[in-house]
Design a protein. Structure first.
Length: 139
């Protein structure tokens, strides 16, 4: 059994962003040399997410509107977490909804996706450097 680990780093200029990181994960897979196995991709920050969905701008807009409706950023005093002096309680909630990680099968040296599936990094409290872990195991 082989294993491979890589960190991807992101620093989005906006508070919220949705980045297609599939090419980054595919590059890591090629570097790993693994042909059959599993690939874990997870956000290493509690105000960011990794998820799988369609790469369609309208859908990303819908995610943003839906999440903002469920956990609006403002007013920041609506959240007890922000009593600590922070202003990112909504980002923690959005991350919980969108998820921490994904696992994708590796088959014949490729990520084994269903139709339209892509891997995304969801940023909910950006403007600072954050990382995503890519961990692969297999043969």
């Amino acid at each position: 059994m082989r294993h491979y680990r890589k960190e991807l780093w992101f620093n989005t200029p906006d508070r919220r962003a949705y980045l297609n990181i599939t090419p980054d994960v595919e590059t890591a897979l090629a570097e790993s040399g693994i042909r059959e196995g599993l690939c874990l991709v997870n956000a290493m920050h509690i105000s960011a997410s990794v998820f799988i969905n369609d790469d369609e701008r309208g859908l990303h807009h819908d995610f943003d509107n839906w999440l903002e409706g469920l956990a609006p950023h403002a007013p920041i005093d609506q959240y007890r977490h922000n009593d600590t002096g922070e202003d990112n309680a909504d980002a923690h909630l959005k991350r919980t909804i969108m998820g921490r990680e994904v696992v994708v099968a590796i088959t014949d040296g490729k990520l084994d996706f269903g139709p339209w599936e892509q891997i995304f990094y969801g940023e909910f409290d950006g403007r600072r450097k954050k990382r995503v872990l890519v961990k692969m195991i297999g043969e």
